[in-house]
Design a protein around this ligand. Sequence first.
Ligand code: TRP
Ligand code: ZN
Length: 889
Amino acid sequence: MRDAQPSTIYLSEYQVPAYLIDTTALVFELGEESTKVSSQLHIRRNPASTISNAPLALHGTELELISLAIDGRTLDASEWTQSGEQLIIASVPAEFVLSCETRIRPQDNTSLEGLYKSSGMFCTQCEAEGFRKITYYLDRPDVMSVFTVEIIADAQRYPVLLSNGNLSAAEVLADGRHKTVWQDPFPKPAYLFALVAGKLACVEDRFKTMSGRDVALKIYVEDKDADKCEHAMVSLKNAMRWDEEVYGREYDLDIFNIVAVDDFNMGAMENKSLNIFNTSCVLAKPETTTDAGFQRVEGVVAHEYFHNWSGNRVTCRDWFQLSLKEGFTVFRDAEFSADMGSPTVKRVEDVTLLRTAQFAEDAGPMAHPIRPDSFIEISNFYTVTVYEKGAEVVRMIHTLLGPELFRKGSDLYFDRHDGQAVTCEDFVLAMEDASGVDLGQFRNWYSQAGTPKLKVSAEYDAAAQTYTLHVQQSCPATPGQSKKAPFHIPFAVALLGEAGQLALQLQNAALNTETADNTEMVLNVTKAEQSFIFTGIKEEPVPSLLRGFSAPVKLEFDYSREQLLRLMSSDSDGFCRWDASQQLGLAEISQALADIAAEHDVVPESAYLDACRALLSDESLDGAMVAMMLQLPSEAYLAEIFHPVDVLGLHRARETLRLVIAQALRGELLACYSRCASNAVYAADAGQIAQRSLKNTALSYLMLLNDDTGRELATRQFEHSENMTDRLAALNALVNSTAPYKAEALQRFYQNWQHEPLVINQWFQVQAMCRLPGTLETVQGLMAHPAFDIRNPNKVRALIGAFCGQNSVNFHREDGAGYRFLADQVIVLNRSNPQIASRLLVPLTKWRKYLPAAQQLMCAELQRILAQPDLSSDVYEVVSKSVQEYSEE
Ligand code: TRP
Ligand code: ZN
């Protein structure tokens, strides 16, 4: 057991810093044995702080202190004390220069925060609190400083030396080392500091900004990856142009660098002018990268670029405000991706993530508002709630204001707060001030956790020609929040009549906005119970509700099958069309569950099969939409609907239904597969991506038939496709079948791609996600494979993460071996990489959802982790909160 429990930090206890650091000069002497960091900090008392004579308390962990001086006078050991993560100097002048020398060992740093080594190169990750592992500092985002960075390293091993801002000097030293000096003119918090040193190839391009600034764009990668940078470069230029056009935001320096590293805890990091990327989020070429991979690169490159304004020029006051930059930036990158590809497909993908991962988080022990009010370890709050729900909250503001007023609001926000570290409240206030729209009640989205439920019923009065929607909202209790105040929910609706959408007229229209064509309306749901009466309705319509998923809520409306079929085939809103298909699929799964329990054959409704048949055969439809509508709701989504979750039962019902669908639609699936085959040169454009996704959806159904036709198609596709999307889809189909060719396919794939780590990750993942029995043993075997490395987060995610998080039927094995396996890995990773350990363990924290036997086994593993000595604050917070009782009302 740990002897000291890590302490909780509260938003309500925020205080301005007692000291500010105007300038920061750093010298790094990078070495193989150790690295010396020398700093000179211009510090002065913060005039805004009320605490006079406050001691200077600097953050620092795992640092070896060599010397400390104030205004050139070396301090005696009695003049400072160290406690926990802090170095405290009791008495300092009102303004002074602090000089400090420390020694660190980046080569031994496996946590991947602070300065560490990845594939022989030095790199940094400072967000959120990694800078304190480099040197003593006021490591908090509201302390912003102008940085000068000198890097000295061996010239042969580390020919490229980079930091933020502009290169101001470069020099060859006599001892075989060389040195560069970097100056960043923009004051920034320490979490945006970055340093890179290594032997790297550079791919270069240029961008001319709207005011005529010529920007050098450079992507640094290992030599062997120089042929995989084009897509990232094109994405970067598209993002730069898009931010100018849509937000009026221009890049502000003459250079923009991206560096790719293999070992990285997250996707990428927006360090000022020196973004550092996980290789998986920057490298792409058709032979090695799937369509999803291409889209991820485009999205992440844009996301990090957009942070230059939403995050860097305007940053966060404290880490409780994380969604200020992440929610806004995710909203921005989502809109960008929608504009670059298919808006509906992008929206459906985002809603799917929200409804599975985010709704599950909201319903679990770590539930928190997008602006949390307390935390133990901030690294645990880089969550789908802060990111994706945070983006939904910004999207709702966009919906309530409309695009023009939203742009006025963002202009005001950037102008008003440029160069400042601010709060979510400042963002909302700028939106309100610029638009005149009252967002008072809307602020509940920032302070209340949990997924609101909207229960809607309808009533048609033919005589009065009125159609009434009764709306009830509620929100379940979450840890620390038993009662919730009503949310302000923008509820987009339309009414479908025989000949199309009906004109909408509300009986009391004052509060509500309407779109230009008057057939779609955003209702302002603000009360626990509310009714909306539409007048002049001459026929009973089918309501199209929550159009575009206008709010992150669970909608309940008692649709008939006929109404859902109608929405699915003819609603003008792509999200609602898809959602209707999912609700129909859900009804079929419920029926299949009942049929199997009663030992009856599973027979889907013929109307459902007819609808699927129509989808498959209608060549005028968008293939990507068809593919998404043909897929039954995922097991992850089912786990949000059925309580308690009977994993095995749901899996059986869903798989049986899939097989029956494949049998019924065999001819149509085959025709669709052939129709989608193409010889075109690969492009990651919406048209081709749609075609491939439909083709591979058809293939996965055909493969269920377990006959020669499916196997031959998969084998041929595996052997002859020239792009990774098709090859991997074929491999996946084979791996989940009993085809004899499967072992050979896996072996050949490995042989061909063993020199491409990102491809081998896919190879691990396909095997980890295999639905067949025995997968845990496969995964355990693969952990001993020479290509596996538990120090590399991408590999951990591909093998352990995919198995535990995306393979429910095997993870939830009835003997509990899956749970035991995960706990074992968490215990190992807790020592080497706490951030990865605590992320990995999330599937165990959801134990309350499952059947009693599973609950017990899962809980036992959580208790076993909790009993370990030396638990990191990361793992401790997640495990202890998961086993804690909390009231549900
Ligand atoms: N700010 C980064 C982003 O969203 C997130 C990030 C990158 C991060 N690396 C991290 C957060 C390490 C915590 C720890 O773009
Ligand atoms: Zn971000």
